[in-house]
Ligand binder design. Structure first.
Ligand code: SAM
Length: 259
């Protein structure tokens, strides 16, 4: 039996831990506990709930109102790891500067970043968005079409990235990707970047943007960038989407070609 004196001695330590990690507790509560509870109560998936909210709060064809509805749902109602408005603005700027014609997105989820990317593209550009989860892809497809993008502008490919990348040349006639947005499972960042390299899909000047490289983090990916010498790169520091106090960052890479 622990004596009351010892138990009391742990209270300051416990309080310090709670205060220090409060943002992570809030994230766990919003992303995990609220989700489980609402899944049981509504019988719908979190993605279906987000879609219903967007349907009732956004105007079809108005990309800004669709993104705003997502942002409001994710900050006030439930949590979804869309790139969010703050890092989204950095992505918008990079797309405007780069003006890419052929874009690949890895990880569409509900289509938030897909719409965000598609609205920033120049006329005639094409976005290939890869999503392996059928349920998420079904929602993403509805969101993309609700935003008014047709199949010629945004093509959603429902398969895992490591199966899609090797087929981009043969099945989609892609020679070079001007811009790649990585926002799928973090452990896939490095193998998928190496797949893009080995299938010759990157050209000098191709830009790759990878989200969440600091939280949840992609340490192997960052270690590779430091060592390989194939990229000029930097990290745009920010906080985690729809969260306060959790530091995150988005990596921006420019492929320098094989030296
Ligand atoms: C963080 S969410 C993407 C959020 C989205 N980019 C946004 O900002 O709106 C990650 C998504 O990537 C998908 N995913 C994870 N690993 C994948 C892979 N190897 N290939 C394709 N999709 C993947 C998951 O199913 C999930 O829907």
């Amino acid at each position: 039996m622990v004596s009351p004196a010892i138990a009391f001695a742990f209270i300051p330590l416990l309080l310090t831990l709670i205060i220090r990690y409060r943002f992570y507790f809030v994230l766990f509560y919003r992303a995990v506990l609220v989700r489980i509870w609402k899944d049981c109560v509504t019988g719908l998936s979190r993605e279906e709930r987000a879609f219903q909210y967007v349907l009732t709060h956004a105007t079809p064809g108005d990309t800004d109102s669709i993104l705003d509805a997502f942002d409001s749902w994710c900050s006030k109602v439930e949590y979804i790891s869309n790139i969010g408005p703050k890092k989204g603005k950095i992505l918008d700027r990079l797309l405007m500067e780069q003006s890419p014609l052929t874009v690949l997105e890895l990880g569409a989820h509900c289509g938030y970043s897909t719409v965000r990317i598609a609205r920033a593209l120049p006329l005639g550009a094409r976005l290939y968005s890869v999503e392996m989860d059928q349920g998420n892809a079904a929602i993403a497809e509805k969101i993309i079409r609700l935003a008014g993008f047709d199949d010629d502008t945004v093509e959603l490919i429902v398969n895992p990235s490591d199966e899609v990348i090797p087929r981009l040349r043969s099945d989609y006639q892609l020679e070079r990707l001007d811009f790649v947005f990585m926002d799928h499972w973090k452990k896939c960042y490095l193998p998928d970047l190496q797949l893009l390299e080995s299938y010759g899909l990157l050209g000098k000047g191709s830009m790759i943007v990878a989200d969440n490289v600091l939280f949840p983090g992609a340490p192997k990916f960052l270690r590779y960038l430091r060592k390989c010498g194939l990229y000029e790169w930097k990290i745009h520091r920010a906080t985690l989407e729809y969260s306060k106090g959790i530091r995150d960052g988005m990596a921006e890479l420019i492929y320098q070609g094989i030296k």
